[in-house]
Design a protein around this ligand. Structure first.
Ligand code: SF4
Length: 129
């Protein structure tokens, strides 16, 4: 998943579904291509993990959010945001308050659960272009 986009990696090709439009598809594919090449460059230093990961429930994500329902993420409630994050339709950085000093204590647990959802640093570093 790349937010709401579905990406499949094969030995000789990449497929992408649910892109916004053609330009979004090309940008997304280029990001994936760069990421794959970067990982390939440092493949000798990567230690494989064979541990099976279970997707945490949306409620567990909700517990790590500020719970203020401030709507800065575009959702009416923190629970709605947690569900959208869980389904891959939102990215973690949309909850700006969690990255502020007011909620410093929530940042690490939030990032940890995002990581267990398979949200890579791509999801955190992306900016709307
Ligand atoms: S921005 Fe964060 S704190 Fe505000 S409603 Fe969305 S999830 Fe809740």
């Amino acid at each position: 998943m790349d937010e709401y986009r579905l990406i499949s990696l094969y030995a000789q090709r990449i497929t992408l579904a649910k892109a916004d439009e053609l330009v979004d598809a090309w940008r997304t594919l280029e990001r994936i291509r760069c990421r794959v090449n970067e990982i390939w460059q440092r493949r000798g230093t990567i230690k494989p993990c064979y541990e099976l990961r279970k997707k945490p429930p949306a409620l567990e994500i909700y517990k790590r959010l500020p719970g203020t329902n401030c709507r800065a993420c575009g959702e009416k409630t923190c629970l709605a945001f947690a569900v959208r994050l869980w389904s891959g339709e939102a990215r973690p950085s949309l909850c700006a308050p969690i990255f502020s000093s007011n909620h410093e204590h929530l940042k690490a647990p939030f990032l940890e659960i995002c990581s267990s959802l398979g949200l890579s640093e791509l999801a955190f570093n992306e900016t709307d272009e």
